[in-house]
Ligand binder design. Structure first.
Ligand code: UD1
Ligand code: UDP
Length: 364
């Protein structure tokens, strides 16, 4: 009974933390089901520790594999656990394979499903994330949309209004809770020999960017030239997927890019906060840059976070090095006083309240 939260990757741990903490505050029974999609300490257990989360009640330990095998094993495992613990509601967050598996398992068992961060669309059907998030939205009984724009995307696909609630994004709750701590407690800059406002941070991990050697090389070259032209080191905490590709394609990473291990959450948000500029292909990092007031150049051809672009916090640059250099030039001196479009930091509470509302109040 109660709520089962299915999670499996770094961003889901971070963005479900505010909902888990709201469950704890309100003594709502909850079960944490970890698919094991991420398992390296730097992508997984450090976040449980730093965010003060309880250990998962279940860990399926599925690990890495091709999409079908990975998603299929997670589906089998999540279904078995849901049959065992019989929750009233299942929550999934975001757009990974863990989300798709959790959503399918819940909907086939006819358990109420809530999708946190619903309604994001890049319009790019080649991204596995676009498939995952769209299917999860359509399977869900409750879609927790972070913004009006994501709500409109759902309505445009025929999802009934009663299923949708605009709550803001839980990324704001997590940042508000940890931003000051990150300033006070971490030595994130000193550890890497960096000075405030005198470096760039980069993350690149998305399959479409790093699995293609020519594209990955072009992105690295563009980022290195952009760093050079402003005299900035480009610190790149590297996701294991990208690290493997660098080895496999025998890529020499150009200066002034500095590869470092993935950072813990507090260390990373401190790095984002104090950077001159952020270069990224991450969804969560685009949002955090916008919320923290650090200008961002997104190293992709599209984004499912267009609110960051309308706010003036983010611009797109594909793999063309000249475009990357130009976009960095354009953004680097922006002052960061745009509005945060992702809500007031109460998304976790709002989602829990919606989920625990008495049955007669819940739209059918
Ligand atoms: C997944 C999500 C992506 C999300 C990202 C967050 C899908 C389809 N993709 O991508 O949307 O942005 O997580 O970080 O769900 N690996 C490790 N250790 C780990 C996990 C992965 O070394 O703990 C390596 C393995 O070599 C693996 C590769 O990274 O093959 C890719 O892992 P996978 O879970 O398939 O996708 P991500 O790239 O992490
Ligand atoms: N993050 C982190 N350490 C890092 C890189 C990212 O803690 O070295 C955090 C970041 O603050 C954000 C989340 O990881 O909250 C984003 O995850 P990721 O980029 O892996 O996934 P995406 O958001 O693209 O799905």
């Amino acid at each position: 009974n109660g709520i089962a939260l299915v999670l499996g990757t770094r961003p889901e741990i971070i963005k479900l933390a505010p909902v888990i903490q709201a469950c704890e505050r309100r003594s709502v029974p909850h079960t944490l089901i970890h698919t094991g999609q991420h398992y390296s300490e730097t992508l997984d257990s450090v976040f449980f520790d730093q965010l003060g989360l309880p250990d998962p009640d279940y860990n399926l330990g599925v690990g890495s594999a091709d999409h079908g095998k990975q998603t299929g094993e997670m589906l089998i495992g999540v279904e078995r656990i849901l049959q065992e613990c019989d929750p009233e509601t299942v929550l999934v967050q975001g757009d990974t394979n863990s989300v798709l598996a959790g959503a399918l398992a819940a909907s086939k068992l006819d358990v109420r499903l809530g999708h946190v961060e619903a309604g994001l669309r890049s319009g790019d059907r080649e991204m596995p994330e676009e498939t995952n998030r769209t299917l999860a939205d359509h399977a869900a009984d409750r879609c927790f949309a972070p913004t009006e724009q994501s709500r409109d995307n759902l309505l445009a696909e025929g999802i009934p209004e009663e299923r949708i609630e605009v709550t803001g994004n839980t990324v704001v709750d997590a940042l508000e809770r940890h931003k000051e701590l990150a300033r006070e407690r971490t030595t994130a800059l000193a550890d890497l020999g960096l000075d405030e406002d005198d470096y760039a941070v980069m993350t690149l991990h998305r399959a479409e960017n790093v699995d293609d050697p020519e594209r990955f090389r072009a992105l690295l070259f563009g980022a290195s030239r952009a760093g050079d032209s402003h005299g900035l080191p480009v610190v790149y905490p590297i996701h294991p997927r990208a690290r493997e590709r660098i080895e496999e394609f025998d890529i020499t990473v150009p200066e002034p890019i500095r590869l470092v291990e993935p950072r813990e959450y507090l260390e990373f948000i401190r790095l984002e906060d104090a950077a001159s500029i952020i270069l990224t292909d991450s969804g969560g990092v685009q949002e955090e840059a916008c919320i923290l007031g650090t200008p961002c150049v997104t190293l992709r051809d599209n984004t499912e976070r267009p609110e960051t672009i309308s706010a003036g916090a983010n611009v797109l640059a594909g793999p063309d090095p000249a475009t990357i250099i130009h976009r960095v030039e354009e953004m680097i001196d922006t002052d960061g006083d745009w509005e945060n479009p992702f809500g007031d930091g109460t998304a976790g509470e709002q989602i829990l309240q919606a989920v625990t509302r008495a049955p007669e109040e819940v739209p059918q």
